[in-house]
Write a protein that binds this ligand. Structure first.
Ligand SMILES: Nc1nc2c(c(=O)[nH]1)N[C@H]1C(S)=C(S)[C@@H](COP(=O)(O)OP(=O)(O)OC[C@H]3O[C@@H](n4cnc5c(=O)[nH]c(N)nc54)[C@H](O)[C@@H]3O)O[C@H]1N2
Ligand SMILES: Nc1nc2c(c(=O)[nH]1)N[C@H]1C(S)=C(S)[C@@H](COP(=O)(O)OP(=O)(O)OC[C@H]3O[C@@H](n4cnc5c(=O)[nH]c(N)nc54)[C@H](O)[C@@H]3O)O[C@H]1N2
Ligand code: SF4
Ligand SMILES: [Mo]
Length: 853
């Protein structure tokens, strides 16, 4: 098969990819130079997609309980469960919990079925956890859920402000674009984040605000610019509704940060009218997330910095198709196509769908949906393309809810996820490379995801599964779509309802695409470059400056959660890649040096986090980028990968009153050290699950690496596969080294445990385990017989360059990130490791200077 142009399935940057299948289930990946979002660039996750397309762990057949069934049996069962529940308890007793990782076509069909035909608003999406606050803020300010910018604005901006975004890690191709713009035009970069992330390290100014300090800061900035006479009063008068006295009543001193930093920030903002403010989860995932986003938008409206090249408030979307879901109506509080539940909008939708049973109003938002599952109001739940047992706040409660629910259906590509363990019925879905449809990225560009593998096993497209269930419920004619193209045409035609009501969303021209035209569809943007400047889709045609007030200050230690560079969410896909695992093999609890000292936490030791929702244990990393009074832990680890590393278990289910989005980033917590009697690691071909209080496993080439710690005696044999064991003991340190080989002599596992000694270097052993090259004595010693150069921790995952090579290049005279790249290739592909390289340069140069003094 020749090369196929498609779109990356990870983040909302929406990069174009050229996929060239090379063999069965093997594909070479390149960036698509013709795609406007990335012009050929990719990040580490996109680059390594080829490592995640194998069939390992895939769900390939419909399952009822543990029994493999035919599709007919599964669909009959799902339809019967749905119909019976609705008959007995009414339409609001059933719900769909869907995902920004569905294609627009899947989303459209799910929404139509629930809201138009089952007759409940109970369809919500994991986008509720992701960008619901941005949606609510857009609706409040603009009258429609619209991102008024495009990536090209980054090229034109003089000042880029990143708020609550670790762009270098989470939107790396946008990050590359920002870096390129800075190099070309000298644009300034401000990062507003309580942590000094690798993104913040590269900024001209890092504003380390208190958790949820954003409203206060942006209100104060607005007041300060007013005091400096920098508001665009003409724009405000002509195009905005401003509550009388609101701006004049704001206090320029109430910013909550140190005065010098505030002055520096205000100077930058005052001096650079071409300003783009990009915001992400540090803004949205908050109990005041909608107000934060409106505080940002207020500043842009009041300075007229919107709808012009290089100017605007820019919400970055997380998932590949969060935007598509927003467009078709995947959120419980929207009806469809940017329409709400006003009587005339409902009537229009009812007519368009010929809906027999249109829902009367909004359904339950994610957190409330799971509450209703828990207390038995919802008795049928269909989860599609999301892993709520891990990713929802108060995950223990969510698990209880799933366990109590009499009918749980899970559509996924993976057989065993933390959520699917609760499923009565599991339906196999098509994965990336197999599925066929469209996605919309952060800048409103619709792109095709095209298949290049045949469907494996009996996996089917989610939209088709939904249509088959709809037909069994008696709605066959409304769901008689022959192809994703047919679904897309209906959706595009339906946007006439929005366009006819003055909304910007308008795909009517694409309603007449032929199947061939849909197949060939080039990336296309709806709404144009700058849809908002002179007229807003509000009743008055004006934008609204929304009065917002800072929340009360929080006290005590605050837990913040978020992402790692090389993992995606609950690791069901990225967790399969040995290269991506190398960046962080364990979830780290980052704490400031001061807090670590007071709380008795040791770098490299274990720490327990306890919140009102639950507890979890992580490896402690003392980090001076972490502000005192705040700790950070990643969201990715699940029960499949770790004994107790889920941050979802820690987050309390408090939500924003406007958006219903949970506050994942600011949770009151206590920390305590966990002291082990022994620590160990195991390299094994198959995953092992130690019986120990702490274990974390990660993928390596040819197997798995599992870190283990515990109390009392370590029961190593219980962790190892059956085979012939060779053992070396060092009684002084309680060190035992074991190798297990199979009947043919093949190496099956290596294990190292110690009570007081130091365990061998993992990196070298991991490389030997992949190739089985070293001799058994060397393996048991944990090091090569002859000393060999050690590449050190991995820096550049794209080109496989370790820290020692980077340091050597710097010592040999490479004084810039570009020079290190020229010498080692590190940082020359995705660029996500460039902040790290620049830190290593600074470290080496300081060391050289100190040596010279
Ligand atoms: N590598 C990787 N990339 C991803 C994903 C992934 O899983 N892995 N997921 C994708 C998805 S779905 C999403 S939503 C995006 C998320 O992308 P980001 O939003 O960039 O990621 P996070 O790490 O969740 O949070 C961003 C930052 O918000 C900061 N923050 C916390 N509290 C506050 C606050 O009160 N104010 C401010 N200003 N900042 C605060 C955190 O310290 C953190 O550094 O990433 C997308 N891209
Ligand atoms: N503590 C904490 N929790 C968080 C966050 C945080 O910052 N901190 N961030 C939140 C945010 S922003 C997000 S977006 C969520 C993400 O959380 P989730 O949505 O739960 O995360 P994923 O691991 O991406 O889950 C997607 C699932 O869909 C499956 N899948 C992939 N493609 C398809 C498909 O085409 N069809 C079907 N049927 N299945 C498919 C995958 O195998 C996987 O099981 O997490 C939220 N939770
Ligand atoms: S930035 Fe990376 S993860 Fe996001 S779409 Fe592009 S290649 Fe995929
Ligand atoms: Mo997200």
């Amino acid at each position: 098969m020749s090369a196929v142009r498609t779109t990356c399935p990870y983040c909302g940057v929406g990069c174009g990819i050229v996929a060239s299948p090379t063999a069965q289930r093997d594909v070479a990946i390149k960036g698509d130079t013709a795609h406007p979002a990335n012009r050929g660039k990719l990040c580490s996750k996109g680059t390594h997609l080829g490592e995640t397309v194998g069939l390992e762990g895939r769900l390939l057949h419909p399952m009822i309980g543990e029994t493999r069934v035919t599709w007919d049996m599964a669909l009959d069962d799902v339809a019967a469960r749905l119909a019976d529940t609705v008959a007995d308890y009414g339409p609001d007793s059933v719900a769909f919990y869907v995902s920004g990782q569905l294609l627009t076509e899947d989303y459209y069909v799910a929404n139509k079925l629930m809201k138009g035909f089952i007759g409940s608003g109970n369809i919500d999406t994991n986008s509720r956890l992701c960008m619901a606050s941005a949606v609510a803020a857009h609706n409040r300010a603009f009258g429609e859920d619209l991102v008024p910018c495009t990536y090209a604005d980054l090229d034109a901006a003089e000042l880029i402000v990143l708020v609550g975004s670790n762009t270098a890690w989470c939107h790396p191709v946008i990050w590359q674009r920002i870096e390129a713009a800075r190099e070309r035009t000298g644009a300034k970069l401000v990062v507003i984040d309580p942590r000094r992330t690798e993104t913040a390290e590269r900024a001209d100014l890092h504003v380390a605000i208190a958790p949820d300090g954003d409203v206060a800061l942006f209100n104060a900035l607005l007041a300060e610019l007013a005091a400096r006479g920098q508001l665009d009063t003409g724009y405000l008068a002509a195009h905005c509704e401003v509550p009388v006295g609101y701006i004049a009543g704001l206090d320029a001193a109430a910013h909550g940060i140190d005065p010098a930093t505030f002055a520096a920030l205000a100077d930058l903002v005052a001096a650079h009218p071409r300003m783009v403010t990009m915001f992400s989860m540090g803004v949205n995932q908050s109990v005041c997330g909608t107000d934060k986003a409106n505080a940002i938008i207020n500043l842009h409206l009041a300075t007229g910095r919107i709808g012009l090249p290089g100017a605007g408030p820019f919400s970055m979307t997380g998932q590949p198709n969060a935007m598509g879901g927003r467009e078709v109506g995947g959120l419980a509080n929207m009806l469809a196509c940017h329409l709400g539940f006003a009587e005339d909008e409902r009537a229009a939708v009812r007519r368009f769908w010929k809906a027999p049973n249109l829902c009367g109003g909004p359904g339950l938002k994610a957190v409330d949906m799971f509450r209703a599952v828990h207390d038995g109001r919802i008795r049928f739940l269909w989860v599609m393309a999301t892993n709520p047992a891990v990713s929802m706040p108060d995950a223990a409660f969510v698990r209880e809810a799933l366990a109590r629910c009499p009918n749980v259906v899970v559509s996924d590509v993976i057989a065993d996820t933390d959520t699917s363990r609760f499923a009565h019925v599991r339906l196999p879905a098509l994965a990336w490379g197999e599925k066929d449809g469209t996605v919309t990225n952060s800048e409103r560009v619709i792109s095709r995801q095209r298949p290049f593998f045949a469907p494996p096993g009996e996996a089917r497209a989610d939209w088709r599964t939904l249509c088959d269930v709809a037909a069994r419920l008696g709605h066959g004619s409304a769901f008689a779509f022959a192809s994703p193209a047919a679904v897309f045409r209906e959706y595009a035609a339906m946007t006439a309802l929005a366009a006819g009501r003055g909304k910007v969303l308008d795909l009517v021209a694409q309603a007449s695409l032929t199947d061939a035209g849909y197949d060939a569809l080039e990336p296309s943007r709806w709404g144009g470059e700058h849809p908002l400047r002179r007229r807003y889709p509000t009743p008055s045609g004006r934008a609204r400056v929304v009065p917002v007030e800072p929340p009360p200050a929080s006290t005590g230690l605050r837990l913040n959660t978020g992402r790692y560079r090389d993992q995606w969410h609950t690791m069901t896909r990225t967790g399969l890649s040995p290269r991506l695992a190398a960046h962080r093999r364990e979830p780290l609890l980052e704490v400031s040096p001061g807090d670590a000292a007071t709380m008795g936490l040791v770098d490299g030791g274990l720490g327990q986090v306890t919140t009102p929702a639950g507890a979890a244990v992580f490896r402690v990393a003392v980090h001076d980028g972490q502000a005192p009074g705040a700790a950070f832990a990643p969201m990715h680890w699940t029960d499949a990968m770790a004994s107790s590393g889920r941050t979802g278990a820690l987050v309390v289910a408090a939500t924003d009153p406007h958006s219903g989005q949970p506050g994942f980033k600011n949770v009151g917590a206590t920390l305590a050290p966990v002291v082990s009697d022994w620590h160990a690691f195991v390299l094994s071909r198959e995953p092992v699950t130690p019986v120990a209080p702490y274990w974390v496993r990660s993928r390596i080439a040819g197997g798995w690496l599992t870190e283990v710690e515990g109390k009392g005696e370590a029961d190593l044999p219980a962790m190892l596969p059956a085979g012939t064991s060779s053992e070396v003991r060092d009684a002084a340190h309680g060190m035992v080294r074991t190798a297990v080989t199979g009947p043919d002599g093949a190496l099956l596992a290596l294990a190292y445990v110690t009570r007081t000694g130091t365990l061998p270097q993992r990196d070298w052993l991991v490389r030997q385990f992949a190739g089985s090259t070293a001799a058994l004595p060397e393996l048991l010693a944990g090091r090569p017989a002859q000393p060999q150069p050690d590449s050190g921790p991995l820096v550049c995952v794209c080109h496989d360059v370790g820290e020692n090579a980077v340091r050597a290049a710097i010592c040999a005279g490479a004084g810039t990130v570009a020079a290190v790249g020229a010498a080692t290739c590190a940082g020359t592909n995705c660029g996500s490791c460039r902040p790290l390289i620049s830190r290593l340069i600074a470290q080496e140069q300081t060391a050289l200077q100190e040596a010279a003094e």
